[in-house]
Design a protein. Structure first.
Length: 200
């Protein structure tokens, strides 16, 4: 019976985190109350505090899980800069833009993360730097610290492009923004790939 209870608890926790991750990205963190999140998970409000100390605890958990899921996708990219080009095209795709609930947490929530509690921002930073380091490994000819900064700037450009494309009501213009964003990101990659470490 104890094993069933523990398995059931883990499954309930997973349902809450999955439901919260999607709801946060579609409605925003501030716009997602605990009652709504628990309804999405198919659980009662009272069950929430058996899994999380606070909503902020859930936010940190959901963000961390979402970013780690991104890292799983990155692990399947081609080696070298070719993998980064793959990532650019996947990230700045119409499919990703139109799937807010299933997409990147940074593009959906960055403005709220900025205003979040310090522990949440610290957790986001730790997880996000894992993504950055994974991507930076594809810039094999660039010194590690420089590669990190280049990837951060590339990612920032891509996040902004995706956010703007989502905000525009003119679909054709939104698509054009994505296409130009891809060209801009690839140009940044070409420049980074040709970069050499100081003293090289």
């Amino acid at each position: 019976m104890a094993r069933y209870d523990e398995t059931h608890k883990q499954e309930s926790r997973r349902r809450i985190v999955d439901a919260a991750a999607k709801r946060f990205k579609t409605d925003g963190i501030d716009g997602s109350g605990i009652a709504t999140l628990m309804k999405d998970a198919g659980l009662t409000n009272g069950a929430f505090y058996g899994h999380f100390d606070s909503k902020e605890d859930l936010v940190r958990t959901a963000l961390g899980q979402q970013i780690e899921s991104q890292r799983e996708v990155l692990a399947g990219l081609d080696a070298g800069v070719a993998g980064l080009r793959q990532f650019v095209r996947l990230y700045l795709s119409v499919e990703h833009r139109d799937d807010v609930g299933g997409g990147c947490p940074s593009a959906a929530l960055l403005d709220e993360i900025v205003r979040g509690a310090d522990p949440t921002r610290a957790s986001y930073t730790d997880h996000m730097m894992g993504v950055v380091d994974d991507l930076a490994e594809h810039l094999t000819g660039v010194e590690a610290t420089r590669a990190r900064v280049q990837v951060l700037c590339l990612f920032a450009s891509m996040v902004g492009t995706l956010q703007l494309s989502r905000a525009l009501t003119d679909r054709a213009l939104a698509d054009d923004v994505l296409e130009q964003g891809v060209r801009n990101a690839l140009a940044l990659l070409d420049a980074a790939d040709s970069d050499e470490p100081d003293g090289g």
